[in-house]
Design a binder for this molecule. Sequence first.
Ligand code: GLC
Ligand code: MG
Length: 570
Amino acid sequence: MAFRLLLALAALAASAAAADLDWWQTAVYYQIYPRSFKDSDGDGVGDLNGITSKLEHLKDAGVTATWLSPIFKSPMADFGYDIADFYNIDPLFGSNEDFFALKARADELGLKVLLDFVPNHSSNESEWFTKSIQRIDPYTDYYVWEDGVPNADDPSKRDPPNNWISNFGGSAWAWNEERGQFFLHQFGLGQPDLNYRSPALVEEMKNVLRFWLDRGIDGFRVDAVPFLFENATLADEPRSYDPSALPTDEKYLKHIYTQNLPETMDMLTQWRAVLDEYTAKDGETRVMLAEVYAPLLTTFEYFGTQEKPGAHLPFNFQFIQYLTNSSSAQDLVDLALQWQNGIPSWATSNWVVGNHDNHRAASRYGRELVDGLNMLVLLLPGVAVTYNGEEIGMEDAFISWSQSVDPMGLNAGPDRYQLFSRDPERTPFQWDDSKNAGFSDADTTWLPVNSDYKALNLKSEEGVAHSHYTTYQHLTTARKLPAVQRGALDIQALGDVVAFSRTLEGEQTVVVLVNWGADSLTVDASVLAGAQGELTVLIPSDNASYAEGDVVEASSIKMGPKDGLVLTSA
Ligand code: GLC
Ligand code: MG
């Protein structure tokens, strides 16, 4: 009943809200990890035709845009984040034509498609790298080459130029015998860093953007942004004194010379200018999402200024970086406010709890909080980002050492791989309870399917009155309410409850309550702006004490442990 009401309201609201907000500001961005979404050809690895065949799921879930992790030609040392040819799709995923077919289907469904732009490095199997080794121009300086220093014991040998450490562990420098120099790799050995001090390289990477923009792409997620430039003096980085870091761990050093240089911020504004040229031509915004793990104030710098904008949306990794399973409701509220109050007044906010580099939210905070987390991500101001599987509450899988494939895990060795491996959050999407969860016909899949798939899968949650998926669908619909699209935020911790309201003059107030704690309680939500008197339950979580349509007194709302509730004023 209440949900029918909501739908009617949302339909009314959609046209009004659309008037002053652009598509990218109200979007739900759904991250697809192509290897794990849907395998169409039975080789155990997801592919583009698989994605195309499942695009209706995105529509059904109520998401409006998707970004695909890299699908370009790659030896897959880092599963596509090591690109050998930026202009062509890897045959494992399909052909360029398959991609255009995917895009055409997305257009039919009204879904925007973003690609992953990986500018910091290429694969060592790129033709650019081969030619750079051979000093063939213009590729000679496409990478960061250094002579290094003579080895103290044996001066005929050379040591790396400094102490810089790779994100995947060990020295960030590797010797290339043929060129007789070290090359920099801030990630894996197979991912030599591109040299942004080479004007030819800078132009080449802009051409990569143009190539895909010319083919109708709606924008990019930009990978590993902080790492584009390094300090030219090659000075050693100081110790971080992080007690958990071994001398070969990336965390061992403070990255003052290898991350977030002013030149890096500037490069983002240059790419934004390329996108804006396309936007100016037809009025359709091409959007830039930026992956930045950095201290908050540094992250904000990637918005640029209104005159010289950078990314539309540097991802908000506050929850991913700092919210743990021992955080309190107050901690969560503080993290949300630091972000929300800190971003430029003209910027659009965004909310993220998971991606292919971090353990699944359902596993980090507990499966009981799946609905509550989706309520936060989808109803806080601005843009929502969903990692594939979050809409059904997918969890980390246990991946043994012998099943492990992620280089970050493998480099750490059998004793420490679980601290680093990203395999657990990358397992195949759980479509149904058939073989391989409906992901693939193959006998083995590239990563095993999570053993919980028989019970936890999309099919079992579809059309069910209370399931994570149904809740998710209701939440994407509720996003269309005017107060959710444009309303002010009042967020508070009321004891163990994360509580917020969204208020907009002349419109229904939307109230969201998530019991972050382990106990049943009664909460007084009437302290929130616009939340006085009677409220109607719009969306209860899976196990909530109320049903849709129940009318409750704001000052006395009962909640079970981990319950979530979305309510509206009369
Ligand atoms: C980003 C990607 C990650 C990849 C790294 C190197 O952090 O999200 O998956 O390993 O960049 O490209
Ligand atoms: Mg396949």
